[in-house]
Design a protein around this ligand. Structure first.
Ligand code: ADP
Length: 379
C-alpha cells in the first residue's frame, strides 16, 4: 500500500472510531475527558465567541483558505452563489467555523442543520423551500442524512428544485417546487461514507488537516486575547504542544489553565503555570491523558510491548473494550505510539521512549516500525 493509502485507511478508521465516540459521549463515557475533540455543552457556548469571523482571521489550513478565497471572490464578482462546498476532516478542526465564514464573506444569512436532525425528507423540504436567494445552508455530519432526504438534496443541489410528495401509496404524486439558488456547505468526519452521487455534486471539496503546533499557538494567543487571559508566549507554546493538533482542544486547555492561574496564581499563564495546571489535569507533553498512558503502561509493563488483544488490554486498564478502542486508541495510533496488528495491539518504540523506557531490540516487526501505526501526527 502507498503511504497515502495507509493514511487514508488510518483516517477512515479513526473517523469511524470518532463516530462511535460520539455515541460513547452520549453515554457519558468521553464527557469528562479534557482532551476530547468533541464539543461539550460548555464548549458550544464559548465557541461562538472564539470563532474567527472572516477568512483573513482563520489560522492555518493555508491551502483550503487560498482555494476558498478564490471560489468566494469569483462568486461575489459574478454576483452568483458559489459552488456547493464539502468540508471533510476530524472534529474540532474548524469545519463549522469555515461554513460561517463562507456566509460572512458572501454577506449572506446561513441556516444550520445536521444529518441526524433531518429525519424525513419533509424536514429538508421545509428548510429548502423557505430559502432566499444566495443563502448558505450548512449541514453538519452530512454523511448521516437519511436516504430520502439525501435524494431530495441531489435535485436541490443540481436544479434548485425539490419534489414534494403528496399522498401515499399508488395515489402519491410528486409536485415539483422551484427553490431559490443557494450554496450548500456540507461537513463530514467520514467522507468515505458519502455516496458518490452526493459527493460529486459538490463543486469544491476541502480536506482539513490537523494543525501544526505553531498554528495552534497563534490560535491560543488569539483566544486568550478574546477571553481576557494574560498569556505569555511560553505558556502558549506549552498548551499548543499538548492540544493534539486540534483547535477545539487548544481552546479548552486554555480555559482550564486560565482557571488554574486565577485560583492558584495571579491570573497570568506562563510556562510554569501551564505545566502545573496540565499536570493537575493529567495531560502530558504530547497531549496524552491518564487513560492513554494507562493503555501504554499496560501494554509495555505487563506484556513487554504486546501484541495484546483489545479485551485483555481493556481489563488491564479497568475500562470497557469500546472505551479503549474509541476513546484512547485513535490518538495513540495517530501519534505512532500504538499499532493495531492482526495479532493485537503493539506498543511502538516511540511508546517505550515516551514512558522513559528503552525499547527491546528487534521491536520492529509487524505493526512496529513498519506498520500503519507509525504515521505520526505532524509528518
Ligand atoms: P468542527 O466543526 O470541525 O468540529 P469548529 O469549527 O466547531 O470545528 O471549531 C472548534 C473550535 O475551534 C471553535 O471554537 C473555533 O473557534 C476553533 N477553531 C477551529 N479552527 C480554528 C482556526 N483555524 N482558527 C481559530 N480558531 C479555530
Amino acid at each position: 500500500m502507498t503511504r497515502r493509502a495507509d493514511e487514508d485507511e488510518l483516517a477512515a478508521r479513526e473517523a469511524e472510531a470518532l463516530d462511535r465516540a460520539a455515541a460513547a459521549r452520549d453515554a457519558d463515557r468521553d464527557a469528562d475527558r479534557v482532551v476530547s475533540p468533541l464539543a461539550d455543552a460548555d464548549d458550544r457556548v464559548i465557541e461562538t465567541a472564539l470563532r474567527p469571523k472572516r477568512l483573513a482571521d482563520f489560522v492555518g489550513q493555508q491551502r483550503v483558505r487560498d482555494q476558498l478565497s478564490l471560489v468566494l471572490e469569483s462568486a461575489v464578482r459574478r454576483g452568483r452563489p458559489p459552488d456547493h462546498v464539502l468540508l471533510s476532516g476530524p472534529p474540532g478542526l474548524g469545519k463549522t467555523t469555515i461554513a460561517m465564514i463562507i456566509a460572512a464573506e458572501l454577506g449572506m444569512p446561513m441556516r444550520i442543520t445536521s444529518g441526524p436532525a433531518i429525519e424525513r425528507s419533509g424536514d429538508l423540504a421545509a428548510v429548502l423551500s423557505t430559502l432566499t436567494e444566495g443563502e448558505v445552508v450548512f449541514i453538519d455530519e452530512i454523511h448521516r442524512l437519511a436516504r430520502p432526504a439525501e435524494e431530495m438534496l441531489y435535485l436541490a443541489m443540481e436544479d434548485f428544485r425539490v419534489d414534494v410528495v403528496v399522498g401515499k401509496g399508488p395515489g402519491a404524486t410528486a409536485i415539483p417546487l422551484d427553490i431559490a439558488p443557494f450554496t450548500l456547505v456540507g461537513a463530514t468526519t467520514r467522507s468515505g461514507l458519502l455516496p458518490a452521487p452526493l459527493r460529486d455534486r459538490f463543486g469544491f471539496t476541502a480536506h482539513m488537516d490537523f494543525y501544526q503546533p505553531a498554528e495552534l499557538e497563534i490560535i491560543i494567543r488569539r483566544s486568550a486575547g478574546l477571553l481576557g487571559v494574560t498569556l505569555r508566549d511560553e505558556g502558549a507554546a506549552e498548551l499548543a504542544g499538548r492540544s493534539r493538533g486540534t483547535p477545539r482542544i487548544a481552546n479548552r486547555l486554555l480555559r482550564r489553565v486560565r482557571d488554574y492561574a486565577e485560583v492558584k496564581g495571579n491570573g497570568v499563564v506562563d510556562r510554569a503555570v501551564a505545566r502545573a495546571a496540565l499536570e493537575l489535569y493529567e495531560v502530558d507533553e504530547q497531549g496524552l491523558d491518564r487513560l492513554d498512558r494507562a493503555v501504554l503502561e499496560a501494554l509495555i509493563r505487563r506484556y513487554g510491548g504486546g501484541p495484546v488483544g483489545l479485551s485483555t488490554l481493556a481489563v488491564l486498564v479497568g475500562e470497557e473494550a469500546e472505551t479503549v478502542e474509541v476513546v484512547a486508541e485513535p490518538f495513540l495510533v495517530r501519534r505512532g505510539l500504538l499499532a493495531r496488528t492482526p495479532r493485537g495491539r503493539v506498543a511502538t518504540p516511540a511508546a517505550w521512549e515516551h514512558l522513559g523506557l528503552t525499547p527491546p531490540e528487534g521491536n520492529t516487526g509487524p505493526g512496529g516500525l513498519t506498520g500503519p501505526g507509525m504515521a505520526t501526527l505532524f509528518d
